[in-house]
Design a protein around this ligand. Structure first.
Ligand SMILES: *Cc1c(COP(=O)(O)O)cnc(C)c1O
Length: 359
């Protein structure tokens, strides 16, 4: 067996320890005689799995009692619609556009109602986070929406926007559980787990209970948050396997210092790469330094052919999925919780050697 260092933005690297646990329990989950993929979602085996996953997530994030945790399907891309349907009760919500995902969320809302853009960094290809201290938020906006970490462009909010008393809704997909989070600052948090927490096919929604509408005429059953909130995310068949793996990852995070431990390790890894990018004469970061993401770091040489040569050579050295998103070009290194420090060290060493040999 030979494992690579996988810098993919998602689906992404998972902790080796967790993969080994999955392998050990694959044929016979704790004496059930079957794998988690084969068991009924109505079985007590699975009820224990989903209950433990929720309890462990609540404890990691310190989620208050008055917030509900939902494990859903359909991608964040479906949540772009369902969040608006459930929370924009008057059809109005305000969006800050800092990248593709925030823009997609806005575009879905546009199909359904009357969203507004209150700030955007599209003018500079999303290379910065706009000043959000005094935005023209509409009096009657139901919420202010952000994508807190921009997976593609490699920026993040280091300070949350001033919502002027409005509810804040955040897509946290590519930073979920990468650092401590004060849940009370948000009305709703959503995150696809395939970036930092588990296999693709599960979205975690953390929503303040009083924001879940009791009655939503004209909205399909599966798109009402109340449906899954009332049934403990078991209204229909959930992604049992995905929830199980997320649960193992929650325990892995708890064993490794919790969210404070993740933050310390993630900042250390990011600093290794960014410090080198700042001193390199060949490689350059693509975003404003003060808005840099800890999870996703795009960089370029400024020469497309050289970028391609670098990606190819890195792949051959076991540093894979470094090709940048098609809208940014160049390279992108995603350094999620499960990326070991040794992986980033190897990447930086490789970049240094590449720089010396391409001077
Ligand atoms: C990956 C990603 C998404 C996409 O989610 P899907 O599950 O593919 O619909 C949405 N938002 C952010 C911030 C992401 O990183």
């Amino acid at each position: 067996m030979s494992r690579v260092y996988n810098f993919s933005a998602g689906p992404a690297v998972l902790p080796e320890e967790v993969l080994e646990e999955c392998a050990t329990e694959m044929l016979d989950y704790k004496g059930s005689g079957m794998s988690v993929m084969e068991m009924s979602h109505r079985s007590s085996w699975f009820q224990d799995i989903i209950d433990a996953a929720e309890a462990d997530l609540r404890s990691l994030m310190g989620i208050p009692e008055n917030y509900r945790v939902l494990f859903l399907q359909g991608g964040d891309s479906l949540l772009f619609s369902s969040v608006f349907m459930n929370l924009a009760t008057n059809g109005k919500a305000d969006y800050i556009i800092t990248g593709n995902w925030a823009k997609k969320a806005y575009q879905e809302a546009k199909i359904l109602g009357d969203p507004a853009v209150v700030a955007s960094s599209e003018d500079a290809t999303y290379t910065y986070i706009p000043d959000c201290s005094d935005l023209p938020i509409r009096e009657d906006a139901s919420y202010v929406y952000i994508c807190q970490n921009n997976t593609i462009y490699g920026t993040r909010y280091h300070e949350l926007p001033n919502t002027k008393g409005h509810i804040l809704v955040a897509d946290q997909s590519s930073m979920f559980l990468s650092e401590p989070c004060d849940v009370t600052k948000f009305g709703l948090i959503h995150a696809g787990v395939q970036k930092n927490v588990g296999p693709a096919g599960v979205q975690v929604v953390i929503v303040r209970e009083d924001l879940i509408p009791q009655d939503l005429p004209g909205v399909p059953t599966m798109l009402r948050f109340k449906t899954q909130a009332d049934k403990g995310s078991l209204y229909n068949t959930p992604n049992c396997w995905g929830i199980y793996v997320c649960g193992l990852v929650f325990k892995w995070i708890a064993r490794n210092g919790g969210l404070a431990g993740m933050k310390a390790q993630n900042e250390e890894k990011a600093a290794l790469l960014y410090d080198y990018l700042d001193e390199s004469e060949l490689f350059h970061g693509t975003v404003r330094a003060c808005d840099r993401s800890t999870s996703n770091a795009p960089f370029v040489t400024g020469n497309k052919d050289l970028d391609a040569e670098f990606v190819k050579a890195a792949t051959a050295a076991g540093l894979v999925n470094l090709k940048g998103h098609r809208t940014v070009g160049g390279m992108r290194a995603s350094m999620y919780n499960a990326m070991p420090k040794a992986g980033v060290e190897k990447l930086v060493d490789f970049m240094k050697d590449f720089e010396v040999s391409h001077k």
